[in-house]
Design a protein around this ligand. Structure first.
Ligand SMILES: Cc1cc2nc3c(=O)[nH]c(=O)nc-3n(C[C@H](O)[C@H](O)[C@H](O)COP(=O)(O)OP(=O)(O)OC[C@H]3O[C@@H](n4cnc5c(N)ncnc54)[C@H](O)[C@@H]3O)c2cc1C
Length: 411
């Protein structure tokens, strides 16, 4: 394996893989190396809480590109190896086995690690996260060997997607959410109430305002203790309470950072010739009025990756890609466009009882995001309103006798 790469990418997830692909697509002819901590070829991570977890898709079908692609494109892969230190002065990284690789340009694309639950008992066996294939395989093995009572800590998308899969596998699922409602970080109250009702109808118990004091058990977890003294019995616990960006080596090297490694509009860190992309980055998001934030999505990972690849091929343009997300639970497909952070009003379009409706989020009268449940038409048409941050009166938005595209033509 060479010990130098013109472009060295650390992290072989969505952002890292896409950056290598986009470099070749843009005609980059220098050497590229992708170093990834996981042993697997780059794969589609969202499937880990959806069709891979449900066993509707094999791992091979998750691969972002087949093995041969990387060889054909002369992208050197070092998988199962972690970078532990960065020396920007030497333009060098140090791996866990103490070998070194020098670079012309370094691209940091390391995503994040699941945040652990900070309570006694958090190190017992039987406590799972869902971030990597290995995590998911470990959880599936626990279910296969008889775990049936599953407590899920965290009512965000990953926890709820896992709950939907487990409910179909006849597990007794309890979702424990600290906030007064589900999806508090990512969606409005209407969407949260809808999903709470759906999960309840599928036999999932939702506990809101749940304050967890400990995970109980001797060696293996056997329950989740709550502040009021109740213990929820559990054969396995899934913790899905967000991620901490994997940026320690960059931070130790002196990179500016906040909730992630700080990047400018061109995805440059404060270190020379070091870019960062994907979940590990914090940046001023145009679509959230310049709020500095991490955007954890495949769209953001892929688009930042492409932005950097183009810059390295002489086509530097600031990163302004439009954010979109999705979540699959039961037979429900949620599609989101824009960022609802800081919204001050919502407009419901359609009737949640039909299981096909949308919610528009307004900020100072402008449409800033839309959540569409089994409503592809609204998603496709509504995106344009959101991209334009259209100012449309709420009564018109709510009127389902009118298509959103009619309103697009008025902006
Ligand atoms: C279960 C699950 C479901 C999701 N569902 C959706 C969804 O429906 N829609 C959506 O848009 N997004 C979803 N996401 C988020 C999406 O997967 C991420 O936003 C995306 O993977 C980010 O890409 P990334 O390359 O920044 O990070 P990752 O894909 O996490 O890749 C980072 C890689 O870097 C490796 N790494 C870390 N540190 C080092 C190191 N020091 N040295 C070498 N390698 C290192 C990691 O092991 C990892 O393989 C989901 C995420 C999860 C976990």
């Amino acid at each position: 394996m060479p010990n130098h790469a013109d472009v060295l990418i650390v992290g072989a997830g969505h952002a890292g893989a896409q950056c290598a692909i986009a470099l070749r697509q843009s005609g980059f002819s220098g050497s590229i190396m992708l170093i990834g901590r996981e042993p697997d070829l780059p794969y589609d991570r969202p499937s880990l809480s959806k069709d891979y977890f449900a066993r509707d898709k094999s791992f091979e079908r998750l691969l972002i590109r087949p093995a041969q692609f990387w060889a054909d494109k002369q992208i050197a892969l070092r998988l199962g190896e972690a970078v532990e230190a960065v020396h920007p002065d030497l333009k060098q990284v140090v791996l866990a086995d103490e070998s070194t690789v020098t670079y012309g340009t370094l691209i940091w694309a390391t995503g994040g690690d699941p945040r652990p639950l900070a309570v006694p008992g958090a190190n017992l066996s039987g406590i799972h996260t869902i971030r990597s294939r290995a995590d998911c395989d470990g959880l599936m093995a626990a279910i296969d060997s008889g775990a049936r009572r599953i407590a899920i800590v965290g009512g965000g998308y990953i926890g709820l997607e896992a709950a939907a899969v487990l409910a179909r596998r006849e597990c007794q699922v309890t979702v424990l959410e600290a906030a007064p409602r589900l999806l508090a970080r990512v969606a409005g109250a209407e969407i949260a109430a809808f999903y709470a009702a759906e999960h309840t109808a599928h036999g999932v118990e939702i506990r809101l305002n749940a304050s967890i004091t400990a995970l109980t058990g001797q060696d293996s977890v056997d329950g989740v203790a709550l502040a009021d003294g109740e213990v929820i019995p559990a054969d396995a616990v899934i913790v899905g309470i967000g991620i901490a960006p994997s940026i320690a080596p960059l931070v130790a090297a002196g990179a500016a950072h906040g909730s992630g490694v700080s990047i400018d509009a061109f995805c440059r860190t404060s270190l020379p010739d070091v870019y960062a992309i994907g979940d590990c980055t914090a940046f001023a998001c145009d679509h959230a009025d310049g709020t500095v934030m991490r955007v954890e999505s495949v769209q953001n990972a892929n688009d930042q990756a492409t932005c950097v690849a183009r810059a390295l091929c002489g086509e530097a343009r600031p990163y302004r890609a439009f954010p979109w997300f999705w979540s699959n639970q039961y037979d429900l497909k949620l599609q989101t466009a824009g960022i609802s952070l800081g919204h001050d009003a919502t407009v419901l379009r359609g009737d949640p009882a039909t299981r096909s409706f949308s919610v528009l989020y307004l900020k100072a009268g402008r449409a800033v995001a839309i959540d569409c449940v089994n409503m592809v038409k609204d998603y496709v048409q509504g995106r344009k309103l959101i991209e334009a941050r259209a100012r449309i009166d709420p009564a018109s938005l709510a009127d389902t006798s009118r298509q959103l595209k009619e309103m697009v033509s008025t902006i």
